[in-house]
Design a protein around this ligand. Sequence first.
Ligand code: NAP
Length: 344
Amino acid sequence: MAKAADFSVFSVLVTGSDRGIGLGLVKRFLMLPSPPKWVFATTLDLNGEETKEVKELACEHPNLVLLQLDVTVLESIKAAVKEVEKCVGEAGLTLLINNAGTWFFKNLENENAKDMMALYSVNTIGPLQMSQAFLPLLKKAAQRSPREGLSSSKAAIINISSALGSMEVMLIWEKGQAVSYRCSKAALNMVTKCQSLEYSADGILSISIHPGLEVKELACEHPNLVLLQLENENAKDMMAVYSVNTIGPLQMSQAFLPLLKKAAQRSPREGLSCSKAAIINISNALGSMEVMLFWEKVQTVSYRCSKPEITVEESTQGMMTVLSMLSEEDNGTFVDWLGRRIPW
Ligand SMILES: NC(=O)c1ccc[n+]([C@@H]2O[C@H](COP(=O)([O-])OP(=O)(O)OC[C@H]3O[C@@H](n4cnc5c(N)ncnc54)[C@H](OP(=O)(O)O)[C@@H]3O)[C@@H](O)[C@H]2O)c1
């Protein structure tokens, strides 16, 4: 098993790395005893105020390249691939860290389609499309690696998720419902699972990591089934399926809530039951990350996706150790910054 001190990668790209956890990870890679030949940091706006620190770092470290990137815009992603390719050439990209993310803290009552779509677009579709676009470079890295099995020193996609997206944990529900954020990260976890099944044959490991909570996070007979593979899944279809299958039920429930409440209040029954008042969401076992039903027959990615714990320093230090230790058995799992498994 690899040791954290021996961790070395040829190249790494961290999205959303002009601040926060992304910037913290970039600094950690630059500080490694054997730093990567190439570290790519990205920002939404190269001239923005947030870029000051990462620009200073780039002056000190010639292996650090700063790129402008919006993960929701395909042209922007393609332009970033070209820039990275110019640097890494045939050696490819070893590590893609999909870190860029955003959030709103809405609850079930005031959650709405616009915010649900916005978070799904950045937090779920962004990592999916980044991984699609960088796949050829990740494959090159895997092919050239002498290592057996899967590891982050060979080729890997690291999706920075959140334990708020775990349906079993439902972390800090009482403090903040953050419905759209939870949904976007639960769907990102499904993207990870799909990638782990599809890309492992190419020597690429895929994993979801919860970086810990920083202070700010506290504050097939279906009409809408789009049968696409990981390869040709796209933002339009992801949005369309999410809109009908996820946001639709949410908004129906919001709108009918007063009538459901009336039915519940007038019912003489104790406890909860369908005869009293209930919301039944017709889901599908294709959406179960543990079952991953019919994966070999149809991938249907868009359908399947339908107290401060720590500081940035502690989070990124922990994640670097986790990354250095990843192996085949971690492929397609969800872990935290200390490597502990999180239930889906
Ligand atoms: N912080 C926590 O407590 C916590 C907990 C669990 C999970 N996470 C996850 O960890 C990741 C990083 O969180 P953080 O706290 O470091 O976030 P942050 O400080 O808010 O930084 C977010 C980064 O994402 C970038 N970004 C936002 N939208 C983007 C887009 N469309 N395209 C490209 N980049 C975009 C931002 O760019 P600009 O600076 O240019 O706006 C920024 O660099 C996120 O995925 C988050 O969900 C965080």
